[in-house]
Design a protein around this ligand. Structure first.
Ligand code: SAH
Length: 235
C-alpha cells in the first residue's frame, strides 16, 4: 500500500501485532505498521467512513452492488476529492470476510479472476486494488476540477452519511419494523440485508439521513399511539 501512495492501515483484532514477521516482510515500510490503528471490531474501524467497499473472492447468496477494481479506484478517488473517508475492507487469508462483515459494505469488489481458481492471496488482492486507486489518482492529477475539493461539500446536503451513522440508522429501522409488525424477529429472512443493500446503493447524505431518522422517530411514536401533527421536513 505504501508503494501505491496509501498510508492508513487499520487492523481489526489482529492475531499477532506488533509482529517481528510483519516488520521483516514490510521491508522498509514499517512506518505504516508503526502508525497502524488497531481496533477490536470492524464496526470501530469504519467509524467516520463515507464509502465502504468490501472485497470478496466468491459470490454470496444475496447479490450486492458490485464494482470492478477499476470502478473502485475511481469511486475511492472521487469520494476523497469531496472530502469523504474511504475504507477498502479485506478479509482473513484463509476465510475471507463473513457475510455479516460484507453487509457492512455499500459495495463489493471482485477481482475478475478465473472462476475455477478465484481466490488471490490477501497481499496480492490488496496490491491490485491499491494499484487501481493509484491509477485513478494519477489519471485525475492534471484535472484540477475533478480532484480539487468541491466547494461547500462540508454541507449536510452533500456530505455522505458515515458507516457508523448508517449502522445506528439500521438499528433504529430494525426496531421500528419490529414495532410496527413488518419484521418478525423470529423469521427475519433477509429483510435487513436487502434494506442495507438498498440504502447502501442510494448514497445517502447526512441531510437525508436526518430525514430518514425523523421518519422512524415519528413512525415509532405513531405506532405507540403518541402521534402528533408536525410539518414535513421538520426534522
Ligand atoms: N475463501 C476466502 C478467500 C480469502 S482470500 C473467500 O472466499 O473470501 C483473502 C482476502 O483476499 C479476501 O478476503 C479478499 O479480501 C481478498 N481477495 C482474494 N481474492 C479476491 C478476489 N478475486 N477479488 C477480491 N478480493 C479478493
Amino acid at each position: 500500500m505504501k508503494n501505491m501512495g496509501l498510508s492508513r492501515l487499520v487492523l481489526v483484532d489482529p492475531i499477532d501485532f506488533p509482529s517481528e514477521e510483519a516488520n521483516a516482510r514490510a521491508s522498509g515500510a514499517t512506518d505504516i505498521l508503526d502508525s497502524a490503528q488497531v481496533v477490536a471490531t470492524l464496526e470501530e474501524a469504519l467509524v467516520g467512513c463515507n464509502l465502504v467497499v468490501g472485497t470478496s473472492a466468491r459470490d454470496r447468496r444475496i447479490p450486492w452492488p458490485m464494482l470492478d477494481p477499476r470502478e473502485c479506484g475511481n469511486a475511492a478517488c472521487e469520494q476523497a476529492a469531496i472530502g469523504g473517508e474511504v475504507a477498502m475492507v479485506f478479509g482473513r487469508e484463509y476465510a475471507g470476510l463473513t457475510n455479516e462483515e460484507l453487509q457492512r459494505c455499500q459495495y463489493h469488489v471482485h477481482i475478475p479472476s478465473d472462476p475455477t481458481f478465484s481466490s488471490l492471496n490477501l497481499a496480492a488482492a490488496v496490491q491490485v486494488l491499491c494499484y487501481e486507486v493509484r491509477m485513478a489518482w494519477l489519471a485525475a492529477e492534471g484535472l484540477p476540477s475533478k480532484m480539487a475539493k468541491v466547494e461547500g461539500t462540508t454541507e449536510l446536503n452533500t456530505q455522505p452519511a458515515t458507516a457508523d451513522e448508517l449502522e445506528s440508522y439500521y438499528a433504529h429501522l430494525e426496531a421500528t419494523l419490529v414495532e410496527i409488525g413488518f419484521l418478525d424477529p423470529a423469521k427475519p429472512r433477509h429483510l435487513m440485508s436487502r434494506l442495507r443493500r438498498l440504502y447502501g446503493r442510494a448514497g445517502i447524505s447526512k441531510l437525508e439521513m436526518n430525514i430518514l431518522r425523523g421518519v422512524l422517530t415519528e413512525t415509532l411514536k405513531a405506532a405507540q399511539g403518541k402521534h402528533h401533527k408536525r410539518g414535513q421536513g421538520d426534522v
